[in-house]
Design a protein around this ligand. Structure first.
Ligand SMILES: Nc1ncnc2c1ncn2[C@@H]1O[C@H](COP(=O)(O)OP(=O)(O)O)[C@@H](O)[C@H]1O
Ligand SMILES: [Mg+2]
Length: 195
């Protein structure tokens, strides 16, 4: 299994055991991996587009896991299961289930009480979700797709996540927004998500 895994920062590193969870032996480079994951995610998007998804359905551990599984099950054996190892990003793995439960409880409360605008609600949730880092890999894309489904279920347009940004370094803007969100300021991420 010769995957040439390049760690570039701002992402989770995989240990050898987790890399052994690769279901497609032909994947040899990071670019191949990105391509296979992208195809799997596209398949998930098509499947999801046909369904009517309510906020209540989304706000459950079952859905969070199912979404990850839909996005990555063609590529990774551990798709849809919580990580068991510590990462450079995210909570101690023993706290994942409890922190996620707290996040989902808070979200249901905020929704019921209209605590935030739909955009702020979805972006705050997305940030907390990716900060828990439930899975070995794919957490960023999973949290963004989750936020898209959530905002759509609230009757708004999906986010664009910098796709229409005219700034040269979109990735850098995203990471700056992440760091601001880590300190409690979610506005830059809200702007980025609509750019
Ligand atoms: N400081 C941070 N705070 C919160 N989330 C972060 C931080 N740094 C990176 N992330 C999130 O983690 C993601 C990378 O995790 P990873 O599991 O590799 O996801 P993916 O494979 O989809 O990129 C980034 O896309 C980003 O959303
Ligand atoms: Mg990654």
């Amino acid at each position: 299994m010769g995957l040439n895994w390049e760690f570039t920062g701002g992402e989770t590193e995989l240990d050898p055991d987790e890399l052994n969870g690769l279901l497609i032996p032909l994947i040899a480079t990071r670019a191949d991996l990105d391509e296979y994951e992208q195809a799997n995610i596209q398949k998930a998007r098509i499947g999801l587009a046909r369904r009517r998804i309510t906020p209540n359905l989304l706000l459950s551990e079952t859905f969070i896991k199912r979404l990850h599984k839909m996005m990555y099950a063609d590529v990774w054996k551990w798709a849809g299961t919580f990580r068991k190892t510590e990462k450079n990003i995210g909570v101690d793995p023993v706290h994942i289930a409890v922190d996620l439960r707290q996040l989902l409880d808070d979200a249901r409360y905020q929704l019921e009480h209209d605590t935030f605008s739909p955009d702020e609600f979805a972006i705050r949730l997305k940030h907390r979700l990716v900060s828990i880092h439930c899975f070995v890999n794919g957490n960023g894309r999973h949290a963004r797709l989750f936020a898209d489904l959530l905002i759509k279920s609230l009757g708004a347009e999906p986010f664009t996540w910098g796709a229409f940004s005219e700034m040269p370094d979109v990735r850098e803007i995203y990471f700056t927004a992440l760091r601001k969100a880590d300190r409690g300021d979610v506005k830059p991420m809200m702007v980025f998500a609509r750019s």
